[in-house]
Structure formats: structure tokens, C-alpha cells
Write a protein that binds this ligand. Structure first.
Ligand SMILES: [Zn+2]
Length: 318
């Protein structure tokens, strides 16, 4: 079955819709890029086309075809390559086809990606289509922000909002998908993407999480050794890269938190600091890093927030 994670409210709403036995003719899925709108559309298609008893069963032929994207009754349209907007011609093309009966399923699903990029003419053409939909068609509009859609369209769709998971939920999902990958890389990617699973997956394809992990380790050494210039040197590489910096700060914070919990348990910490740090000092450092991460999110200048963080931590270590 197509898996949906961390969107309990949206999944419950979909359950209600399918429980009533008939899907609405037009559904709008709203959420920032990377929140799983296409996956959610796939799950709706599976519910609609499943031939099993409990829909979606995940095992019938239709369910399997939806999952490996080979079902002939799902039509996917997005902004053509090289274009910025979803063109009105493409909406007309959909209108030309939509009245043709399904191939093998009980209905046809049209997934319309990036619907928010449609201009007024395209949205009006779409409106005509969803005002008088063929009885066997379900339109699924994907959009990043419903405020970009015409009121007249919004009044005719069932809207479902997807939410960005927390960083912890994102790490959990990444762990399930990549059990072989190092925990600190997954953690770095989740933090850098602020929980957005699609963006975290994209980050994992880059060298950024490993840079973050290596730098967090070096920073811990330099901070506990009182080497402020070494800290500033490492942090200078982030002047224009707040995304990787947020990964590094998150890992650095975890390192200090780990130091503290290891000392409470009387265990040796996973990585030894340059010199002994008291638990209270480690807690203080973690707090300062948290604050720096907050300032980063509020667009405080990066060199300034890094310098303040380094000074405060070194001062806390006395
Ligand atoms: Zn099925």
C-alpha cells in the first residue's frame, strides 16, 4: 500500500471520504513542496481504483499498478519542462480526454500538479471542467497555497491540507527508509530541511549532511579547547549557506546534550571533548546553540550569530 506518514488528520479525512463510498469529483491537496502531495494523490487513486474489499487493500492488481505507477486510468499532468506556469492549452487537452471512458478501472483519476501556477484563463478552463465533470472522473489538484486558486474553484473542491512533520518525525521516516545510513547524517538532513521529508531526501543526495557531521565534530573539539579562531574559521564557510549551518548546529547541540546525559549515566561520552566539561556547562552550551539556531531562522546575519555563539559557549566553559 502507498505509505503516508505523519499526516494523521489528512489520512483521517480521506478515510471519511472513501468510507462514504464515493470520492468527490474534485479534491485539492495543499501543502509546501516536499510534504508528499503526489504520494497522497497516489493513495487517493489507490482507494478509488482498488477492487478489494477493504479499500485500498494494497494487494489487488489495481492497487499494485497504482503503486508502481503503471495504472492506465491515472493521468498525471504537470508544468511542462521549460515553462513556469501550467498552460491553458494543457487544461483544454485534459478536457478533450476526460470524457473518454476508463480503460480498466471504475473511474479515471486526473492528477493536476502545481495547479497554483495556473493563470486566470487556465483556472477558468479548469473550473468549467470541474463544474460539469464526467461521472467517472476524479480530479486531484495539487497546490502549494490555496490562496492562489480562484474562489470559484475552491468552492467546488474538497480541500485537504498536508502538514510538514517535526524534525523528529522526519528523522524517524528517514531511519525507516535508510536503516544503513549513519544516524548523524539523517539527523543533519532532517534538521537542514526543517522536517520537510522531500527536502531532507534531496539533501541526503548532497555532501551537505556529511560536511555538517564533520564540522560539528571539529567544532565540539575547538569549543571545548577554547580555540575561538578555529571555531570562527570553520563557521566562516557557512556565510551563505544557512541550510547546512542549521544541520551543523543541530548536530553540535546533540553532541553537547549527549555529553551531559553520558555524564549523568556515569558512562564515557561517545566522543571525548578536548577537556572535561561539567554537565551544567554542556547544558548551557546546548542552550546557546538552540538560541543561535532560532536566530538563524529569524534571519539574523550569520557571521554575527556565529561569533556570539562561540563567545558565549567559551565563556560558559570558563
Ligand atoms: Zn486493492
Amino acid at each position: 500500500m502507498v505509505q503516508l506518514e505523519h499526516n494523521e488528520r489528512a489520512v483521517a479525512l480521506l478515510g471519511q471520504l472513501t468510507g462514504q463510498g464515493r470520492l468527490p469529483h474534485a479534491i485539492l491537496i495543499e501543502g509546501p513542496a516536499g510534504t508528499g502531495k503526489k504520494t497522497f494523490a497516489q493513495r487517493i487513486a489507490q482507494s478509488a481504483l482498488c477492487t478489494g474489499k477493504e479499500k485500498p487493500c494494497g494487494i489487488c492488481e489495481a492497487c499494485r499498478k497504482v503503486e508502481n505507477q503503471s495504472h492506465p486510468d491515472i493521468c498525471f499532468y504537470t508544468v511542462p519542462e521549460g515553462k513556469k506556469d501550467f498552460p491553458v492549452e494543457q487544461v483544454r487537452e485534459i478536457r478533450g480526454q476526460a470524457y473518454v471512458a476508463p480503460n480498466e478501472g471504475a473511474c479515471k483519476i486526473y492528477v493536476i500538479d502545481k495547479a497554483h501556477t495556473m493563470n486566470q484563463a487556465a483556472q477558468n478552463a479548469l473550473l468549467k471542467l470541474i463544474e460539469e465533470p464526467p461521472p467517472f472522473v476524479c480530479f486531484i489538484l495539487l497546490c502549494e497555497n490555496r490562496s492562489q486558486m480562484l474562489e470559484t474553484i475552491l468552492s467546488r473542491v474538497t480541500a485537504i491540507s498536508l502538514e510538514t512533520p517535526t524534525v523528529e518525525q522526519c528523522i524517524e521516516t528517514l531511519q525507516k527508509r535508510f536503516p544503513e545510513k549513519e544516524q548523524n547524517l539523517l539527523q543533519a538532513a532532517a534538521a537542514g530541511a526543517a522536517g520537510n521529508i522531500g527536502r531532507a531526501l534531496a539533501l541526503l543526495d548532497t555532501a551537505k549532511p556529511s560536511k555538517a557531521a564533520a564540522d560539528a565534530k571539529a567544532l565540539m573539539q575547538a569549543l571545548t579547547g577554547g580555540q575561538r579562531y578555529e571555531c570562527i574559521r570553520i563557521l566562516a564557510s557557512y556565510e551563505k549557506d544557512s541550510e547546512t549551518l542549521s544541520q551543523t548546529l543541530s548536530l553540535l547541540r546533540e553532541r553537547f546534550a549527549g555529553l551531559c546525559t553520558a555524564s549523568y549515566r556515569g558512562a564515557a561520552p561517545a566522543d571525548l571533548p578536548a577537556r572535561q566539561i561539567l554537565p551544567a556547562q554542556a547544558v548551557q552550551a546546548a542552550k546557546v546553540i538552540d538560541e543561535a539556531a532560532g536566530n538563524l531562522a529569524r534571519n539574523v546575519r550569520i557571521p554575527l550569530l556565529c561569533a556570539c555563539m562561540v563567545e558565549e559557549i567559551i565563556a560558559a566553559f570558563g
